[in-house]
Design a protein around this ligand. Structure first.
Ligand SMILES: Cc1cc2nc3c(=O)[nH]c(=O)nc-3n(C[C@H](O)[C@H](O)[C@H](O)COP(=O)(O)OP(=O)(O)OC[C@H]3O[C@@H](n4cnc5c(N)ncnc54)[C@H](O)[C@@H]3O)c2cc1C
Length: 385
């Protein structure tokens, strides 16, 4: 079926990204993998390519394109090449929507130019050691000073993507206790400067996959956050999270579909090259059936991911639809990548093969941005169950 989401501009961007990956990423990606992160300077290269500014209004140095399609192309191309751009995905996918939705003009003038140039990398800190799915249970607090000039932040966050390199982190904290009839009340969002006194980055976490992305623990001890860095209304943070989670979930859904598509490509190549019992692995009927079944699943996931992309761009992607797209695409990717790895035999288990890294990287798609179980809860609720 003909795909209709991308036009000539997107395809031209695809060529640029593909060439950039080939020249700037592939030769050094193994070093990044071993180091467990990309060098900070790499983000300046992405900025020079214009990646961070695509959706930022021109007055702040961006291209002012109100669409996620260029990001979608980037997901496809990084997956296709079996590489990662480190924690930079959260800068645009998680950081930008909050600035766009909540920042005042004064805040936009302060934040966005440095966002576009990569001078200030952003991350989002919701999860805490004691609470992930149940965000209303967060314990980090931000107490307003008597004169209202600042807040004092105390607490800890964990699993924060981009947390090692981040220059500004959107921290979710309790500014008021929950109400008896509304546990979600009382959470506020702050754009915290990571050079503030009392802000510390703990361990860079050792993960099963996503080795190239810096995932960190953060701790706050009496961090003074200027009132000018409060994002949106005090105590209304939970509703903001609810409004932005659909775009995050679309990103995970689309990235997972792109990984599944890449897995089929890797397996298709491998089975033609590998000879077993005197013939290529591709010659076995089982191989053909496995890859055909995987392709059919990828086609379905692509259709869902594309439709969700169109709906997101149109401002129509509902929380339940985003949950449904994330659930479907990540579960497809899980099945497809596993079957494609199987066709690689023992080599599929070796990290030097992209399918092995893909297998490890993909696992978290069913967990972060809300687990598959949480996605099912959201969908069930929308069905009146
Ligand atoms: C690599 C990585 C990167 C991450 N990046 C970020 C980031 O940048 N920023 C950030 O804030 N967070 C980040 N996270 C956190 C991520 O969003 C959470 O891990 C996720 O939401 C799950 O929370 P949890 O780990 O506390 O699991 P828990 O909430 O403890 O869940 C444990 C189990 O209980 C199940 N469960 C929970 N609630 C229900 C329910 N209502 N019904 C049925 N089952 C349920 C879950 O599905 C799961 O199987 C990241 C996590 C990882 C692993």
């Amino acid at each position: 079926m003909r795909r209709t989401v991308f036009n000539e501009d997107h395809e031209a961007f695809r060529e640029t990204i593909r060439a950039f990956i080939e020249a700037e990423v592939v030769p050094v990606h193994d070093d990044w993998y071993a180091a467990g992160q990309v060098p900070r300077d790499f983000y300046y290269k992405l900025a020079e390519l214009g990646i961070f500014g695509i959706r930022v209004p021109e007055e702040y140095g961006g291209a002012g394109v109100d669409s996620h399609k260029f990001e979608a192309v980037m997901y496809e191309e990084t997956a296709r090449a079996g590489v990662s751009f480190g924690g930079s995905g959260v800068h645009v996918l998680l950081g930008l929507p909050y600035i766009q939705m909540l920042a005042t003009d004064e805040q936009k003038r302060r934040y966005l130019p440095k966002f576009v140039t990569g001078e200030e990398m952003w991350a989002l800190a919701m999860t805490e050691p004691g609470t992930g799915s149940d965000l209303a249970g967060m314990k980090t607090t931000a107490k307003r000073s008597a004169d209202g000039s600042h807040y004092v932040l105390n607490g800890a966050k964990t699993f924060i993507t981009g947390g090692v390199h981040a220059d500004r982190v959107i921290v979710c904290a309790r500014t008021s206790p929950p109400r008896e009839d509304d546990r979600r009340f009382g959470i506020s969002l702050f754009a915290v400067d990571t050079t503030s006194e009392g802000y510390s980055v703990g361990r860079k976490l050792d993960k099963l996959g996503l080795k190239v992305s810096d995932t960190a623990e953060l701790a706050f001890t009496d961090v003074k956050v200027p009132a000018e860095d409060l994002l949106g209304e005090e105590n209304a943070g939970f509703s903001y999270l609810g409004r932005n989670l659909p775009s995050e979930r679309w990103g995970i859904a689309f990235g997972a579909y792109a990984q599944a598509k890449a897995a089929v490509r890797f397996a298709q190549q491998y089975v033609q090259e590998r000879t077993v019992f005197g013939k290529p692995v591709a010659a076995f009927q089982n191989t053909k059936f496995e890859l055909a079944a995987c392709q059919a699943e990828v086609d379905a996931a692509e259709a869902v991911a594309d439709r969700a992309l169109e709906a997101l761009d149109a401002g129509e992607l509902t929380p339940a639809e985003a949950a449904s797209a994330k659930l479907f695409c990540t579960e497809v990717a899980h099945r497809v990548i596993d079957r494609c790895l199987q066709l690689h035999g023992g080599y599929g288990f070796m990290n030097e093969y992209p399918i092995a890294r893909l297998y490890a990287d993909n696992r978290v798609n069913r967990i972060y941005g809300g687990t598959s179980e949480v996605m099912k809860s959201i969908i069930a609720k929308s069905m009146g169950l």
